[in-house]
Design a protein around this ligand. Sequence first.
Ligand code: SME
Length: 208
Amino acid sequence: MPHADSSLLPDYVKTKRDFWEHVNLQANGLMNDSLSWVTNLANVSSLVYHSLMDFDQFGLQERSPRPIVNWCGFYIDSCLFPPNSTLPTGVEDPNRILTLGPFCGRPACQLIKAKKGGGVCADAYLSRETLVVRDVDAYPGHIACDGDTKSEIVIPIKIQIQDKDTQRTEEIVLGVMDLDSIVLGAFDEEDVNGLEQLVKSVSVSCKW
Ligand code: SME
């Protein structure tokens, strides 16, 4: 199958649960071919965005000038980018920056300070919890990369590492996956489940 066809939805996909099951299967297939986080995040952004375009509940609709989901991509801890290209530590650092990674959609802000109250991505990153924001205008600190965005979901990317000296396992957060929508309350529990599963696969499929 040509790679592009992985983002075409088969007829049996009717519900959000079907949708995320299908997208997760396709993502795992694509990530089988690569350990590079840049490559995998690029293909996962494209897969999710274009699959959403093909899905009635999220894509382009007659009554809407833009797709319901208008942005899908990643912000990654700047430690992972050159010239450092190292894993972040598990220690909270107020100077930490999230850098725009692979995405699909219109251009977005490039750097986000990982400070509490510094936006949805920063808060999800620091709290290590998925954040579903029904109305971004009511969210303190929300960063408006696109004035049309009305709701948002952000999922932290976490991995387990073992400390060389103590041998203790530690969880570190590498960045976040972010989806934006032009309608209020676009994302629900099914999206949380599907996307958390996807982000978990991304975190273990890449060499960071
Ligand atoms: N709204 C995000 C910023 C990223 S864009 O939505 C692509 C935030 O508040 O962190």
